[in-house]
Design a protein around this ligand. Structure first.
Ligand SMILES: *Cc1c(COP(=O)(O)O)cnc(C)c1O
Length: 432
């Protein structure tokens, strides 16, 4: 299987190249050259598979240049957790995607990517150095995913005082092959430092820098798997399945759309987001107008120019997209109300991102006949947003032990200014 650029279908590379490069030189995004279609007689057999077996079956359809036993090892090692479907009623279920180490769905993509990269790096007998800037959640998912992965070092830059305490603890406590740099500046400063490092020829001649960007195809492929898994769990509840997907950069939704093209019989996808509603607007008008992002309480979806949108355009015409995706968005006030309503109605504590997904389902139920079951994806555990959720609910909320344990870990991050030479000298001194 080759991977082509959304900007030029003649530009094709191997999976290895697509994963290690991250992005084609022409500024497009890598896509599989064809979407594998699962024949009916195979499809019926998938419903009884456990998460790892199902993931392995689906991964093989996209990845054919890795020995099967190696691919199996990657999956077994990445997924010690599964996404359970929790039934709120006979109409709605929550697919909990937060059972990974950093309690957000990004673990599914990041852990697969890290192991795939490690395989290629080992095969080529080289080393890789991942450099990323984070405004919070991505840093912990990437840092965690690459922890102890051989032949790969990771440097994470985060803005001092601009991320939550628990986010900082999750990043700054990492050690070994992962290091974190606390930058005296904003997220944009961190991102600028990373950008400068990537184009610094002198630095790159000594250290092989790579990115672990969310547009990497190896983060997208594993997100397809849980749509199948969720579908088979939900299938016992309804004839038709609707997925509601809290969306920011739309990687999660794009993975669902690929699953649909593979033959997963989904009735509808709901693109659920906050006031950064450029995609819902596009679905209504057919005109895509990117904007500057606006801060909200569902901050992982504060994206004004979603970086997976070109992939969506690549998969569907506007008319096709309109028929399979419905846009939905809430402002912060209504998002808070949705957290309260979800708790009052179902006794389920939901985070701000998932709350928008649930509310989208509630509003759509009456548009469908009785045979429809709604699967709302929950992209993070509520305790990552305790300061927002807790004051809204009349309930004592506790942090799960696997998150709480970070609070007691020592901070290992190194403080640097936003001066580029300081970063460069640090990297050269430590890694050359
Ligand atoms: C990253 C993230 C999202 C958005 O996912 P996309 O794939 O970028 O659309 C939603 N919710 C949470 C909690 C996230 O961390």
């Amino acid at each position: 299987m080759f991977y082509y650029s959304t900007k030029n279908s003649n530009y094709k590379v191997s999976l290895e190249k697509a994963v290690l490069k991250g992005m084609p030189d022409d500024g497009g995004l890598f896509m599989p050259e064809k979407i594998p279609i699962i024949p009916d007689e195979e499809f019926v057999k998938l419903k009884d598979l456990n998460y790892k077996d199902l993931s392995f079956y689906l991964a093989k359809l996209f990845i054919d240049d890795i020995p099967e036993n190696e691919l199996r090892k990657i999956i077994d090692d990445a997924y010690y957790f599964e996404p359970p479907l929790i039934y709120l009623s006979d109409k709605i279920g929550v697919l909990e995607l937060f059972h990974g180490p950093t309690l957000a769905f990004k673990d599914f993509g990041a852990r697969f990517m890290s192991r795939l990269m490690s395989f290629f790096v080992k095969k080529n007998n080289t080393k890789l150095h991942i450099l990323i800037a984070t405004s919070g959640d991505t840093g912990s998912a990437i840092g965690n995913a690459f922890q102890n992965v051989e032949n790969i070092n990771v440097t994470i830059l985060y803005p001092s005082g601009k991320i939550s305490e628990i986010q900082e603890k999750q990043i700054a406590s990492l050690e070994g092959n992962i290091e974190s740099l606390e930058i005296d500046g904003t997220f944009d400063d961190c991102q600028n430092l990373v950008k400068r490092a990537f184009i610094d020829k002198e630095l790159n001649s000594v250290i092989k820098l790579s990115s672990a960007n969310s547009i990497n195809i190896s983060r997208l492929i594993p997100q397809i798997f849980y749509y199948f898994y969720g579908y088979f769990q939900a299938k016992f509840r309804g004839e038709k399945i609707v997925f509601s997907v809290p969306s920011g950069n739309f990687g999660n939704l794009t993975a669902g759309l690929i699953a649909f093209k593979m033959g997963l019989p989904v009735e509808l996808f709901i693109a659920a987001t906050n006031i950064n509603h450029v995609v819902p607007d596009y679905l209504k008008t057919g005109v895509f107008i990117p904007m500057k992002s606006i801060s909200t309480i569902s901050n992982a979806m504060d994206v004004g120019n979603p970086n997976n949108f070109d992939r969506m355009l690549n998969l569907f015409s506007y008319d096709e997209m309109k028929s399979i995706i419905k846009g939905f968005w809430l402002n912060d006030e209504l998002t808070k109300q949705a957290i309260i309503d979800t708790f009052n109605k179902y006794k389920y504590v939901i985070d701000p991102h998932g709350a928008i997904g649930i509310k989208a389902c509630e509003d759509s139920i009456s548009n469908f006949d009785n045979n429809v079951f709604f699967v709302s994806l929950e992209t993070a555990h509520y305790s990552k947003f305790m300061d927002i959720v807790s004051p809204l609910l009349d309930k004592n909320l506790t942090m799960p032990d696997r998150l709480k344990k970070y609070l007691n870990l020592p901070k290992k991050s190194i403080k640097l200014s936003k001066d580029y030479d300081e970063l460069k000298n640090h990297l050269l001194k430590k890694y050359s």
